[in-house]
Ligand binder design. Structure first.
Ligand code: PLP
Length: 387
């Protein structure tokens, strides 16, 4: 019998991948499956980005790069943040990672240990709770509620701070709810944090380009008073439809840059070079493909929100960002897991149970609308028949 370290039994997973595998298996058996389970754009990476990756390989960029990322890429990130959020960022504070996820893991390894507390959104991206637990720290949920449009309440977050709190994780626009936290709440959170200078903040802004209905993204980088303890995570996966390339970054406080770079050196050395060149092309090239994808997501969002609200026992809030709808399904009499399983097995529609995103997700189901309008409409038809 092998004896594993205790952390392994505390490490969770991302159920969307489990649903994806199950949907794939059913499809391989000949079932017609519509996948509204997975959180990735259904678009190809724009061609000029693909070409830049190929060219980098042909030009001989086959070796290691600096562990924190190519200087030109980090400069392109700083310029992009200036263009989008109107902020000044020192490229030396940007640390490039293989995707958005490593930043979460490294931040939790840096701050988490037994006796420490880390706050995280619930329902929220499941990896937060998983890696907090792995670190040995106590996960303290920030409950996100439908009646607040799934935005966090600054008062509740501040009210949960103790002398053990080391890190607070926030995410807007949010997975799995599509919720967007308004500027007033963020103002209040930052003002309240001034009384807790020992608490770090990780703002996951991976969906910062995906807001609808005229809403504007509020980046935590716009608050200079917390720059010395802010980790701002963003990346290429969602904006440029590059989930499989594995490219992300975070802006770190100056005092943590060397620590996170050491974690990179110990873990992966660097992101593969060709992907980094593709990342430069993404940021410096034309952005019209991004605009086109976001406009398409917005059209589908309207179809799915209206369609879900028309189902018996289902109520869906207006999801303002990302590409997820998170309807309340309590009126159907099904639990989140029952709905997930029956929608997949009986209607051939893959979704993810709200409980996969934390205990506060009971009664909800996540629908990703990163799928064609026809497929969304067909999925809604099948669910209506089943219900
Ligand atoms: N943050 C959130 C909220 C996400 O939903 C995801 C992916 O689903 C990520 C980060 C991670 O993205 P990446 O694929 O770049 O690691």
């Amino acid at each position: 019998q092998l004896k594993l370290a205790g952390g392994m039994s505390r490490l969770g997973t991302e159920s969307a991948f489990v649903v994806l595998a199950r949907a794939g298996k059913l499809a391989a058996e000949g079932r017609d499956i519509i996948n509204l389970g997975i959180g990735q754009p259904d678009f190809r990476t724009p061609e000029h980005i693909v070409e830049a990756g190929i060219k980098a390989l042909q030009d001989g960029h086959h070796g290691y790069t600096p562990a924190n990322g190519l200087p030109k890429l980090r400069e392109a990130v700083a310029a992009d943040l200036n263009r989008r959020h109107g902020v000044e960022v020192n490229p030396d504070h940007v640390v490039v990672q293989p995707g958005g996820k490593p930043t979460m893991f490294f931040a939790c390894l840096m701050f988490g240990e037994p006796g420490a507390e880390i706050m995280y959104p619930n329902p929220g991206f499941p990896i937060y709770e998983s890696v907090i637990k792995y670190s040995g720290a106590t996960p303290v949920p920030i409950a996100l509620k439908e009646e607040n449009g799934f935005a966090f309440s600054a008062e509740e977050v501040l009210g949960q701070i103790t002398d053990k709190t080391r890190l607070i994780i926030i995410n807007s626009p949010a997975n799995p709810t599509g919720g967007v936290t308004p500027r007033e709440e963020i103002d209040k959170l930052v003002a309240g944090l001034m009384e807790h200078p020992q608490v770090a903040l990780m703002s996951d802004e991976i969906y910062s380009n995906m807001l609808y209905g005229g809403r504007e993204h509020v980046s935590l980088l716009q608050y200079p008073e917390i720059r010395d303890r802010l980790i701002m995570l963003d990346g290429w996966s969602k904006t440029y439809a590059m989930t499989g390339w594995r490219l992300g970054y975070a802006v770190w406080p100056e005092s943590l840059v060397d620590h996170v770079t050491r974690l990179c050196i110990n873990d992966h050395s660097c992101v593969n070079a060709a992907t980094q060149f593709a990342g430069i092309a993404a940021l410096e090239g034309p952005q019209d493909e991004v605009t086109r994808m976001v406009a398409e997501f917005d059209r589908r969002r309207q179809v799915i929100v209206e369609g879900l609200n028309a189902l018996p026992g289902v109520r869906c809030a207006d999801c303002a960002g990302a590409f997820y709808a998170f309807p309340n399904i309590e009126g159907t009499g099904l639990t989140a897991m029952e709905a997930q399983n029956r929608f997949l097995d009986e209607a051939g529609v893959a979704t993810v149970a709200g409980t996969s995103f934390g205990a506060f997700g009971e009664g909800y189901l996540r629908f990703s609308y990163a799928n064609s309008t026809e497929n969304i409409q067909e999925a809604l038809r099948r669910i209506r028949d089943l219900l």
